[in-house]
Design a protein around this ligand. Structure first.
Ligand code: ZN
Length: 374
């Protein structure tokens, strides 16, 4: 497949390659009829009138014919960002390789074309979006010959969109019900995993890392999760553990774990006021508040970050500022005092603690209470 890899590079123009040595090794280039050649040219260069005329009038035209690089008209139109030609082709009901065209459009970031392809009737069932090319080997939705898609066969559209950080496309696919499946445990012994491991252990490992790469991408984290901070913190921990288990991909997993941590810090960076910082540091407080706790003292995300050793998060100015505010909550005047005064106050409070405690017993609502709770 090396020939295909080198030829599908976007820099390699079609005309140029025809004259190149690759042409000599390829017998298929010669088998195109002149009509098919004209059709492929029209789709590649976005010649709308010619494409429309040929689609309407010619009864012999095979719309799925492929050029010497194994790309059909749809792929050529999508690859060259011709939205209208793509729409014309999508109206044909016997069109093949729609999945390949979708992946191509996602990788290039052509949002309008992705939208057009997703409105095709073949996406009315969400199965097409949730399953990868290698799982969906039942029709001509993806090409499976050697010239097929240049994407890894375990990549679903949403994984690719997440890899490419296309927020709009990820959102569109999530709306259509596509999700990235969390890979099973590394030592999972279920029938599915055993079969994949037996068939091709390299592909199995690669599909796992591809899925995690999608899960850890900021676009997917922020759009798919109700609580992105919690999801990212837990994922970073899971990836750090995997780095120690799957040693051969150690660097990749470490990088992804770091990416999740950076995402959490990035979210904290974006905060504009105390309320937002509190929301991030405390997480989902609705459950705990019902039990009557004071939400300021929860800081569940900070505790989690300390547990998972996300130092950047805890040391972030926004987080530290919030922690200091809580520290001096009832004694705001103390903050401006010199170190010696602070030490003295601590000493006096520590020595007087038994007395203060007794005082608290008799008058729980007085000012003394704040000293004890402090
Ligand atoms: Zn399994």
């Amino acid at each position: 497949n090396l020939r295909n890899l080198t030829l599908s590079s976007p820099l390699c123009g079609r005309r140029q390659a025809v004259r190149g040595p690759a042409f000599m090794f390829n017998a298929r280039g010669t088998s195109l009829t002149s009509e098919e050649e004209r059709f492929l040219d029209a789709t590649e260069y976005g010649n709308i009138p010619v494409v429309r005329k040929m689609l309407d009038e010619s009864s012999t035209l095979n719309v799925n014919c492929v050029d010497y690089m194994g790309q059909n008209g749809l792929q050529l139109a999508v690859g060259n960002e011709h939205l209208e030609v793509t729409e014309l082709l999508l109206r044909r009901d016997n069109l093949a390789r729609i999945g390949d065209a979708l992946l191509l459009a996602i990788s290039k970031g052509y949002v309008r074309i992705v939208e057009a392809i997703l409105s095709h009737p073949s996406f009315f069932t969400s199965e097409r979006l949730t399953r990868s090319p290698c799982e969906l080997q039942d029709d001509d939705f993806y090409s499976y010959d050697e010239d097929g898609t240049r994407f890894s066969p375990d990549i679903t559209p949403i994984i690719l969109a997440a890899h490419c950080q296309k927020y709009e496309v990820v959102h569109m696919l999530l709306m259509k019900g596509a999700r990235i499946e969390r890979p099973h445990d590394y030592f999972c012994k279920c029938a599915d995993c055993t079969e994949k491991q037996r068939k091709d252990s390299f592909s199995h490992s690669r599909s796992r890392i591809n899925a995690y790469r999608g899960l850890a991408s900021p676009a997917y984290l922020s759009l798919s999760s109700e609580d992105p901070v919690l999801t990212a913190l837990e994922l970073s921990n899971e990836l750090a553990k995997l780095a120690n288990i799957e040693k051969e991909f150690k660097n990749d997993y470490r990088k992804l774990s770091m990416q999740c941590k950076d995402f959490v810090v990035g979210v904290l960076d974006l905060c504009r006021d105390t309320e937002e910082v509190e929301a991030i540091l405390n997480g989902d407080i609705s459950a705990e508040l019902e039990e009557g706790q004071h939400h300021r003292s929860l800081l569940s995300r900070v505790k989690l970050a300390i547990k998972y050793e996300v130092k950047k998060f805890v040391a972030h100015p926004n987080c530290q500022q919030q922690l200091l505010t809580i520290w001096y909550e009832n004694l705001s005047g103390l903050r401006e005092q010199a170190i010696a005064v602070k030490c003295l106050v601590v000493l006096v409070v520590a020595l007087g603690l038994p007395l203060l405690a007794v005082g608290y017993w008799f008058a729980p609502c007085s000012k003394v209470r704040s000293c004890v709770s402090w």
